[in-house]
Write a protein that binds this ligand. Structure first.
Ligand SMILES: Nc1ncnc2c1ncn2[C@@H]1O[C@H](COP(=O)(O)OP(=O)(O)OP(=O)(O)O)[C@@H](O)[C@H]1O
Ligand SMILES: [Mg+2]
Length: 445
């Protein structure tokens, strides 16, 4: 009996050498072709949703770690450009360094710029597409959507207060929720929604209507004011601080959600300090997730959170917000990509054993695809612990991956990692050149 094997015949003229023990990559050839797997020599593809559908991963989220300049953002760009061919759109949820802007411009898209010299304003409490769709919904749907939005807004305001150093209480949250409901007009018959801004909320807290403090069971106005002083002041600081005018006025631009890639460039916010950037990222995150939630096109979307560590620094609520986005990604057909330098960036949100750290640790579990670029030995030890890397895999991240840009160990859940070299096209290299600033000739005045 002959075994049922395919027989190939070729002369030694065509085949210089044959090594029979190589197997093809078990990763299916679907989605974005990233580069090549150096062990098998075959092309390496990435389609996180297909990974989930084919049982390779349990969730479609991606986390990217690596030292600065190793090619993390470039690989993300290669991925999103190549997923564009499949009609997948991308949102860059806060581009802190303004790196994605030339790419968008080349695609004929104008990114939103916030900060110095820009007139763009984004109301952190923007109703987004909710206002336009409102009238077309039955009352039950209106209530449901509004509850969702109010919940997000409360979380956002709480996170912003935390960024000012005050941790809101449950009473603060209940009052914020009641104030938002009143201001938006949801208590008086659900007819039309009124647009609101953070200063409106702060004013209502500083000068409450008597029905508000009675409804919320405060003994008198003084009792209400004393109890809510800290949250009121935290919101006031936001309005008068370094972010004044950016997130507390009505939104004055429209975003083309049908564009293949959208981005919010925060590079001009950097001069206002790290805190301002982190708060900016939080406002954007909240706003963009609300808006993408309401897109009912059923299309897949990629949400890129580059330099996520900046946002995580804000504390518990900021971490919780990221956590809930990651948990919802399967239901909402989103691929969330978190980019950071090392896992401990996630853990610097609080003290060891704190709730923040516990949630931040879970974030890793919520990202089935881990792309590990070059690391120093010190960080690699921690990486190996957190991601259960074998000794060989750990050596790949400290050795091989460090030798060239674009090299990374792709770890899909608990499978043995793949050594992948991202290959950029000439056009991609030109459009996404994060070293461009270094190359600029000095300006002679
Ligand atoms: N696959 C690649 N092939 C060739 N060159 C690359 C590749 N990936 C990155 N580079 C080069 O390395 C530079 C830095 O890459 P990139 O900005 O993606 O790094 P990064 O890891 O995101 O850095 P940072 O942590 O500072 O954001 C790019 O401008 C590009 O010139
Ligand atoms: Mg980068």
């Amino acid at each position: 009996m002959h075994p049922p094997l395919t027989v190939y015949q070729a002369s030694t003229h065509e085949i210089g050498g044959l090594f029979p023990l190589l197997s093809a990559s078990p990763i299916p050839a679907v989605g974005a072709r990233i580069g090549y797997d150096v062990l098998s020599g075959g092309a390496f593809y990435c389609h996180p949703v297909e990974f989930v559908l084919r049982g390779i991963c349990t969730n479609p989220n991606i986390v990217v770690f690596g030292e600065p300049g190793k090619g993390k953002s470039s690989t993300v760009v290669a991925f999103l450009l190549r997923m564009m061919l499949f009609g997948v759109r991308t949102l860059i949820s806060g581009d802190v360094k303004g790196e994605y802007t030339p790419l968008l411009r080349a695609l004929g898209i104008t990114p939103i710029m916030l900060g110095r010299g820009s007139h763009a304003r984004l109301n952190a409490l923007d109703l987004g597409p909710l206002a336009a769709r409102w009238d077309s919904w039955p009352v039950a749907r209106q209530r449901e959507e509004l509850d969702g939005v109010l919940g997000r807004w409360v979380q956002l305001l709480v996170a912003l207060a935390e960024a000012q150093g005050y941790t809101p209480t449950v009473t603060d949250e209940a009052v914020l929720s009641a104030v938002l409901r009143r201001l938006v007009g949801a208590t008086d018959g659900y007819t039309k929604l009124r647009p609101i801004t953070i200063p409106d909320v702060q004013r209502e807290l500083a000068n409450p209507a008597s029905s508000l403090w009675t409804d919320m069971r405060f003994a008198d106005r003084r009792h209400f004011l004393d109890h809510l002083r800290s949250i009121t002041d935290a919101l006031a600081n936001l309005i008068s601080g370094p972010l004044a005018g950016l997130f507390d006025e009505p939104t004055n631009f429209t975003l083309d959600w049908d564009a293949p890639v959208q981005s919010m460039d925060l590079s001009r916010l950097r001069s206002r300090g790290d805190q301002a950037v982190a708060v900016g990222l939080t406002c954007l995150g909240s706003w963009s997730s609300m808006v993408t939630d309401l897109q009912e096109d059923g299309d897949l979307r990629i949400v890129v959170r580059d330099e996520i560590w900046r946002q995580m620094r804000l504390g518990l609520r900021a971490v919780q917000a990221v956590d809930s986005e990651l948990r919802l990604s399967r239901a909402e057909r989103k691929i969330q990509i978190l980019v950071s330098h090392k896992p401990s960036d996630f853990l610097s949100v609080g003290s060891t054993g704190s709730q923040e750290v516990a949630i931040a640790k879970d974030l890793l579990a919520l990202c089935s695809t881990r792309i590990l670029f070059g690391q120093s030995t010190r960080v690699a030890d921690q990486l190996a612990d957190d991601l259960a890397l074998s000794e060989k895999e750990q050596q790949v991240t400290t050795g091989w991956a460090n030798d060239r840009q674009g090299r990374a160990l792709w770890k899909l859940e608990n499978r043995t990692g793949f050594k992948v070299q991202t290959v950029l096209s000439r056009v991609e290299k030109r459009l996404f050149d994060t070293n461009a600033q270094l190359r600029k000739p000095p300006v002679i005045t």
